[in-house]
Ligand binder design. Structure first.
Ligand SMILES: Nc1ncnc2c1ncn2[C@@H]1O[C@H](COP(=O)(O)OP(=O)(O)OP(=O)(O)O)[C@@H](O)[C@H]1O
Length: 293
């Protein structure tokens, strides 16, 4: 006898939900400056960073990229709105070991070698004698990741700027963070190193499932990202894939698409201003001008 129950189709369940974003921001506002002269640097922005992908944060110098990244890693004061990172509020102490952050200025000790620098950071992250073997393996892997095995025993003071940046990146890779936040990691690197670094970012996303949020003001780097957040003057101009952006704006490059969106936003702002002026004129018109019945 055939057991029909074995052949019955599985009951229709809910469709699998899209994976939760690694970063989820709504009405995110950041004020910087002094109490006497505060400045709103992020103007109530909404965005999501999808998990396991590379999101490029692009925009001109001063548009707020570093401020946004500092808010995500929890080092920025005067943040309001919703900002969840890996399912917790940004700045939650439980996120510390789950996020790697590389600032624009390499933070390495000049009087220590590459390996000593990483040993030090590994000891802070994963202290105790029992973890010594794990730390050694982690340090060796991070050095290999950034291709500095040949310089492992060289003093940081003797490294080039690009090599020092890579030591900072290696420190951020210790402990295999789920989210890597990298502020302009390719500035000052030659084209070969830039290419190698982007290859590493792709390997981290595809093989370790790492989420990367990478800022740049060089638009040609946009083409290397899975997703883009285009910023200007503390606002998000667009969030999309490079392909979708180019298609939507009918532009050949992301740089042209960005300029197109800037013009579009300026036109929209002008139109809104004209509408507001119109409405104000109508409201101020004297009642005597109304058409008599
Ligand atoms: N400590 C601070 N106090 C007051 N304003 C600040 C401070 N740091 C930055 N700003 C202002 O906030 C705005 C955004 O700066 P931010 O560093 O986030 O921009 P950015 O896009 O990262 O620039 P860049 O590409 O040059 O690094 C700028 O107008 C800047 O002048």
């Amino acid at each position: 006898m055939v057991n029909n129950r074995d052949e019955a189709p599985a009951p229709a369940g809910p469709t699998p939900a899209a994976p939760a974003p690694a970063v989820h921001a709504r009405s995110l506002t950041v004020r910087r400056g002094t109490a006497r002269s505060p400045r709103t640097v992020l103007q109530g922005i909404d965005f999501d960073v999808p998990p396991g992908r590379i999101t490029g944060l692009l925009g001109p110098s001063g548009c707020g990229k570093t401020t946004l990244m500092r808010a995500v890693v929890g080092t920025q004061a005067h943040v309001t709105g919703t900002l969840d990172v890996l399912g917790r509020p940004a700045g939650d102490p439980a996120l510390r070991s789950r996020i790697g952050y590389v600032t624009q200025d390499p933070s390495v000790y000049a009087d220590l070698t590459v390996r000593q620098n990483l040993d030090y950071f590994a000891a802070v992250l994963d202290p105790g004698r029992a973890a010594a073997a794990r730390r050694r393996a982690d340090v060796a892997r991070a050095i290999a990741d950034v291709d500095l095995a040949d310089h492992a025993d060289v003093l940081a003071a003797r490294l080039s700027g690009g090599q020092r940046s890579r030591v900072s990146l290696a420190a951020a890779l210790l402990g295999t963070p789920e989210l890597l936040v990298l502020d302009e990691p390719t500035v000052g690197l030659d084209p070969v190193l830039r290419r190698d670094l982007w290859n590493l970012f792709h390997t981290l996303a595809s093989e370790r499932g790492t989420t990367l949020l990478v800022s740049s003001h060089v638009m040609d780097e946009a083409e290397r990202c899975h997703d883009l957040l285009l910023m200007r003057d503390g606002r998000i101009l667009a969030q999309d894939t490079p392909d979708a952006l180019r298609t939507r704006t009918r532009c050949a490059t992301v740089e042209e698409a960005f300029l197109h969106l800037v013009d579009e936003a300026a036109e929209a702002a002008e139109a809104a201003e004209a509408d507001a002026a119109d409405a104000a004129d109508k409201a101020a018109a004297p009642a005597s001008q109304e058409t008599p019945r």
